[in-house]
Structure formats: C-alpha cells, structure tokens
Design a protein around this ligand. Structure first.
Ligand code: RP5
Length: 195
C-alpha cells in the first residue's frame, strides 16, 4: 500500500487488524475490533518527504499512538490542505505534524485553519540545505503559532515525541511509556564504553 498517497491509521498498540476470513475471526466469532480514530495527523508536502517523515510514523507507532500519514501540499493542493486542517478537530485529531521543504508554508497554512497544535518539521532541501525550510516554518508572524522542530530526521522523531508528550498530559499510560523511553535512553548512554 502506498502509505503516502492515502490515509494510514494505526491503532493504539499497533495491532494488525484481523481479516474477517482469518482463522481467529472464524473461531471466536467476535466482532472486528474498531480501528482507533487517529489522534495525530502527519502531513507532508511531497512523497519525497516520506523518507524523513517515516521516522515520525515509526515513533508514533512505537508509542501506540493512532495516527494517519498523508501527502498534501499548501500550494499544489491548497483546498485539500485547508479541508484536512478545518476538519481535523471534529475527526478527533489532537495534533497535526506538518513537514515541508523549500518555501515551507504548509505548517503555517494548516495552523491557519485550526486551533489544534501544529508542529512543523523543516525538510532538508537541495538548494539551501534546509535553511529555507527552517526559516519558512519557524518564522510565523505573531498570532498563528507553529511549534517548529529541527531540520530533517531529528525533527521528525522529536515532532512525534512532542506529540506524545502533549497527548500524555491527559493519558497516564502514555506518560508512563514516555518516562520509560527516557529511562531506556539514559541507560543506553550510561552503558557506553569507549575502550
Ligand atoms: C515541498 O517541496 C515538499 O514538502 C518537498 O519537501 C519539496 C520538494 O518537493 P518535490 O519537488 O520533491 O515534490 O512542497
């Protein structure tokens, strides 16, 4: 499945949906579990951004956060972008992560159509190595904020971690997972030996 051309929603726990004809389904006769509605929308301006943004997708999956990944552009598909953002809150989405490169106005445009928190990830560009994307994303005039992360993969991972931190404010189980993640990360550094 081309995950960048259509919505991909991952349920909490990242469990595989059981096919209606699967042996397990036939034996249990239990109703198919509903797929959790996405809490986070990961939007990117081009398919070429996916190699970077797959790290946001993976991080959200690791934390069991239901999310969707979509390609849409502020300038190539302006109506699609406006619709996604305008309807996000009513669909239960709580955070939008927006990645774009070049004159990276996607995050700002999405933020203009919603009061949900929008996290921007500047993509590394060929011409200016991502500085153009960074400035276009971070330098929002006062009034419509975009929380901007680092250029490229670190920003993609941190945008997902930031989304987890926001969601964790009202979800103790997610807070616990985030603390465990930090503890594991710290332990890995403590165990490094340079000999
Ligand atoms: C932006 O232009 C995208 O976010 C991407 O980072 C950049 C280049 O897009 P492509 O020319 O690779 O489609 O809209």
């Amino acid at each position: 499945m081309n995950r960048k051309s259509k919505s991909v929603t991952k349920p909490a726990g990242s469990t595989q949906r059981q096919d209606a004809a699967s042996p397990r389904h036939r034996v249990s006769q239990s109703p198919r579990p509903p797929i959790s509605a996405p809490l986070v929308a990961v939007v990117m301006g081009s398919k070429s951004d996916w190699e970077t943004m797959r790290h946001a997708d993976q991080t959200l999956t690791d934390f069991g956060v239901p999310h969707e990944c979509k390609v849409m552009s502020a300038h190539r598909t302006p109506h699609l972008a406006a619709d996604l953002s305008s309807n996000a809150e009513s669909r239960g989405i709580e955070i939008i992560i927006a990645a774009a490169g070049g004159a990276a106005h996607l995050a700002g445009v999405l933020a203009a159509h919603t009061t949900l928190p929008v996290l921007g990830v500047p993509m590394k560009s060929d011409a200016l190595n991502g500085m153009d994307s960074l400035l276009a994303t971070v330098q929002m005039p006062a009034g419509i904020p975009v929380g901007t992360l680092a250029i490229g993969k670190p920003g993609a991972v941190n945008a997902a971690l930031f989304a987890v931190a926001i969601l964790a404010n009202s979800r103790p189980e997610l807070r616990k997972k985030l603390k465990q993640f930090r503890e594991k990360q710290e332990q890995q550094i403590r165990e490094i030996s340079l000999d």
